[in-house]
Design a protein around this ligand. Structure first.
Ligand code: AMP
Ligand code: ZN
Length: 474
């Protein structure tokens, strides 16, 4: 099936042509592990996973690399100034940088697992690639792209790279004029960026390394160049990240890589749009208060509902988060799971191979066309309604949709069936009987109170023609 993706570099939806037939190598900028990931970060991670599953469904061998940033990401990205986010996070949590890296990486992986995100093929860390980063900077130095700012570090001279800014369509002159921030006036150009920062003389950093230029640490943009090239080769198919990364981080990655490996270093650039918070701003860790998966769990919402809500949107549209939106997605999801459980309970016939193939292609086509996941879900709803497709064929297609969109429909439908077959303990049966009596005598206040008690004990009571039914909550 033809695969089409929007390429930020060309600003067009293009047919995807892999470097090696049926293989795709893609690199995703991963989390900076100085704090919990927020829901915006996880939106981008779900986006990566949907991209990967689309390739797998199209029969590709996927090599996915995602880095873990555990050093060198400064609080002011535009100006390479401020504090190292990791050192700042460590001071906040009263732990060592190594400890917080471990803690927040584990939390990130828990969030990823709960969102049914497949683990990347490789997950390298910036601190494991310090020598390679030094080598890259040395090569750039030999090619004449670097200069030193005394007592500060080694910088990249962006005026030496003719294509600087091509990713966001800006010329260097345009970027200069539009520079949003005050900039370090020792820099030759506002867009120049640090390749190697010296450790401050008066502060003992927890993470620092020797280098030909002095003790310090690498700039953030260097790690992704070396880790991607080392693991995917000098040229690879796709590079992804959130939309915030194109203007500075990815632009600077290109500026460091193309002088060394030639052009184009990466064939397709994919950027996931922001998740916005209630006030319509980009959700960001630096804002202090942000929502992560723990906030979703705290409301007893299954994390998979958050994934479902993301799948209902398109990755190139910003999404404004609210719990109301999530609750309504939960209702839609549960409705689907109910229908799937009913199909499982009434399985009949054999899989009709022709019909399977037709629907398989109808489900896959929108996702292969620039990840239109919501359109695929519309096709899915049509499938469930179609009386010409028997339940065995539908169930086989539901398994395919689970592989494609990762929504755990089958798993949750099985849980629902199991929950429905569990007999309620006597005390819950008693409460439900009392509630039935209260309803019969029109004492609705007591009936409501009893329903709440049943609810709090983890059961749902449903009215039926001949009384009530008790279902264990999932
Ligand atoms: P960080 O942990 O901040 O380095 O970011 C990890 C990933 O999340 C990067 O690809 C970012 O571009 C992405 N990201 C950051 N904020 C948001 C947001 N509000 N919405 C979607 N993606 C985001
Ligand atoms: Zn990166």
């Amino acid at each position: 099936m033809q695969i089409r993706l929007f390429n930020t570099m060309t600003r067009k939806v293009e047919e995807f042509k892999p470097l090696i037939p049926n293989h795709v190598g893609f690199y995703s900028c991963g989390p900076t592990v100085y704090h919990y990931a927020h829901l915006g970060n996880m939106r981008t991670m779900v986006g990566n996973d949907l991209l990967k599953r689309m390739f797998l469904a199209n029969g590709f061998v996927v090599h996915h690399v995602m880095n873990i940033t555990d050093v060198g990401h400064l609080t002011n990205e535009d100006d390479d100034s401020g504090e190292d986010k990791m050192e700042k996070g460590a001071a906040r949590d009263h732990k060592s940088v190594w400890d917080i890296a471990k803690f927040y990486l584990d939390e990130f992986l828990r969030d990823s697992d709960d969102l049914n995100i497949m683990r990347p093929t490789d997950m390298p860390r910036a601190t494991e690639y310090i020598n390679e980063q030094i080598e890259l900077i040395q090569k750039l130095e030999e090619l004449g792209y670097t200069y030193e700012i005394p007592n500060d570090g080694i910088y990249y001279d962006t005026s030496k790279f003719v294509d600087y800014g091509a990713l966001t369509g800006g010329t260097l002159a345009g970027q200069r004029a539009g520079a949003r921030v005050e900039y370090n006036d020792a820099k030759r150009n506002p867009t120049d960026f640090a390749l190697w920062k010296y450790s401050p003389k008066d502060v003992q950093r927890q993470m620092e390394w020797d280098s030909p230029w002095g003790v310090g640490f690498p700039g953030w943009h260097t790690e992704c160049c070396v880790m991607s090239m080392k693991l995917l080769g000098n040229h690879f198919d796709i590079h992804t990240g959130g939309e915030d990364l194109s203007r500075v981080h990815h632009t600077n990655e290109i500026a460091q890589s193309e002088p060394i490996v030639g052009k184009p270093w990466v064939n397709y650039w994919i950027h996931f749009s922001f998740l916005l918070d209630k006030s319509g701003d980009k959700m960001a860790k630096s804002k202090g208060e942000f929502l992560g998966m723990n906030a979703v769990r705290a409301r007893n919402i299954d994390p998979i509902i958050y994934r479902y809500w993301i799948v209902l949107g398109h990755y190139q549209s910003q999404l404004a988060f609210s719990f109301e939106a999530l609750e309504s997605a939960a209702a839609g999801y549960k409705n689907l799971v109910r229908k799937i459980a009913d199909l499982m309970n009434n399985k009949s016939g054999d899989v009709d191979k022709d019909l399977y193939q037709q629907w398989h292609d109808k489900l896959l086509a929108p996702v292969s066309d620039n990840l239109k996941t919501a359109e695929s879900l519309v096709v899915f709803q049509d499938l469930l309604k179609d009386s010409a497709v028997n339940s065995a064929t539908k169930l086989a297609l539901i398994e395919f949709v689970d592989d494609l969109l990762g929504l755990k429909f089958v798993e949750n439908a099985k849980k629902l069936i199991d929950a429905e077959s569990v007999k309620a303990p006597d005390e819950i049966e008693d409460l439900a009987q009392k509630r039935l009596m209260a309803k019969k005598s029109r004492d609705f206040a007591t009936a409501d109170d009893l329903r709440n008690q049943i609810d709090a004990a983890g059961w749902t009571v449903m009215d039926t023609q001949d009384g009530f039914k008790l279902i264990k909550k999932l």
